[in-house]
Design a protein around this ligand. Structure first.
Ligand code: HEM
Length: 426
């Protein structure tokens, strides 16, 4: 039960906002300044007051303990993904999540492991050829191709085809134009007409392929639901399957992209992970998993999660009015020196120390609570399987990387990442 809120929320003053605006800064800079004021702090975007929640206990409170008080509303990708799981709310969301959840547990994803392994083998074959020829690769494009191939095979039991790849790459351009937080930029709404065209064609193709497949795929789970449950209209099947593609594709690829950039700067960490145990050992898998965890600490791809206060309440003793936008940012919480010693350092070992687990709410690259990422285990599994194959075989020498980081819907390097691949047998 909420007690009466008595404290005054610490807030960045209007001058701080004006200075930020005049300097053309990124919204993350304004948020970082607000974090300095405390675990719950306010800032203004013009007339609009926003509450930023960065303390671990408070993040836990908002996302895990009070999900019905701090709700999702009108997700930024709704024009593209309609009523799919990412954008759904209330009772329809509950039913949709219940249907897909069993597919994404540790046990559920085992059914898709042969598909993931086939995509890993195809990615490894492409790199083998590139290493032999000595060409410089755009590895961000390779990693996007890989993660799209994984999800496409898991949906349809077919490898990614060039036409689908082209259509989804085109649709992604619409997706990439979405700002992190529209009120901060005042951007005009993105036109999704072209992206929606592409997505409709891709969804039709996925459904046609799934009809021919002998092995099970996620599309069949949705089609079965459509045959049995009145809620699952043709439109919802389309929205749901494209939600799985969109939510699972750029996110995983971007995390892998950051991981290779970090290993280029810290080659000793690749050596340490490989030295943890022989190929296939639990020790090596754990060390590679720690590389993934630490990458997602420094670069939690979904770096900004907005929520809205559904009713008047209080958080940490501060009043929160109904309708207030509440922002959570794993990017800021993961770099809070009070929660993470030397937070800017890339130190995967922090995740191998069972004694020092992060406090609840201190680490949430996949969100927390009932709206946490459906595909978290799936994503980790595909990343670990790929890295178990590629890390021992290749040293990745980055030849060109963008100097800037883009903080949009995802946090990503702002341009292509090019690399030369050097073969290294074990
Ligand atoms: C490194 C990769 C990934 C990251 C960092 C990531 C991150 C996230 C985060 C933070 C959320 C919650 C957003 C919020 O609370 O506002 C989310 C939701 C979701 N993710 Fe992921 N994700 C990843 C991969 C995947 C994959 C591979 C899939 C599917 C195959 C997937 C499917 C979903 C879905 C369906 C939701 C919505 C869940 C719901 O609202 O019930 N994600 N993801």
């Amino acid at each position: 039960m909420a007690t009466a809120a008595t404290s005054v929320l610490p807030e960045l003053d209007a001058e701080a906002f004006a200075r930020w605006r005049a300097g053309g800064g990124k919204v993350v800079e304004l948020m970082a300044a607000a974090r300095e004021l405390g675990p719950v702090a306010g800032f203004r975007l013009g007339e609009r007051k926003v509450v930023l929640v960065t303390g671990a206990a408070q993040v836990q409170q908002v996302l895990a303990k009070q999900p019905d008080e701090y709700v999702k509303r009108g997700h930024r990708v709704k024009p593209l993904l309609g009523s799919g799981l990412l954008c759904a709310a209330g009772e329809p969301w509950r039913r949709q999540r219940k249907l897909l959840q069993p597919q994404f547990t540790g046990r559920g994803i085992r059914a898709y492991e042969p598909q993931i392994r086939a995509a890993v083998a195809a990615a490894a074959a492409r790199w083998r050829e590139a290493a032999r020829s000595g060409e410089v690769r755009e590895i961000d494009a390779d990693l996007r191709y890989f993660s799209l191939d994984v999800i496409w095979r898991s949906l349809t039991a077919h490898p990614l085809d060039p036409e689908t790849h082209r259509r989804l790459a085109a649709a992604s351009e619409g997706f990439a134009a979405i700002p992190a937080f529209a009120p901060a930029t005042g951007d005009a709404a993105v036109d999704f007409t072209e992206a929606n065209e592409q997505v409709d064609r891709v969804a039709e193709h996925a459904i046609a392929l799934a009809g021919e497949a002998e092995e099970p795929g996620l599309v069949q789970v949705l089609l079965r639901a459509a045959a049995e449950l009145p809620d699952y209209t043709e439109r919802l099947v389309r929205d749901e399957l494209m939600t799985l593609v969109v939510a699972g594709y750029e996110t995983t690829a971007t995390a892998l992209n950051w991981l290779f950039l970090l290993l280029d700067a810290h080659p000793e960490q690749r050596a340490r992970a490989l030295a943890a145990g022989p190929a296939g050992s639990a020790e090596r898998t754990a060390a590679i998993r720690a590389l993934v965890d630490e990458t997602l600490r420094l670069y939690p791809v979904a770096w900004l999660m907005p929520r809205y206060a559904a009713e008047d309440g209080e958080l940490d003793g501060f009043p929160i009015e109904a309708g207030t936008t509440v922002l959570l940012s794993p990017h800021l919480t993961h770099r809070d020196p009070q929660l993470w010693p030397e937070p800017e350092e890339f130190r995967p070992q922090r995740f191998l120390d069972a004694e020092r687990r992060p406090a609840p709410g201190a680490y949430f690259p996949f969100g927390l609570g009932p709206r946490a990422c459906l595909g978290a285990q799936f994503a980790v599994r595909e990343m670990v399987l790929l890295l178990e194959e590629l890390l021992p075989a290749y040293r990745v020498e980055i030849t060109e990387a963008p100097a800037e980081t883009a903080y949009r819907l995802t946090v990503h390097p702002d341009g292509p990442v090019r690399a030369r691949l050097h073969t290294e047998g074990e």
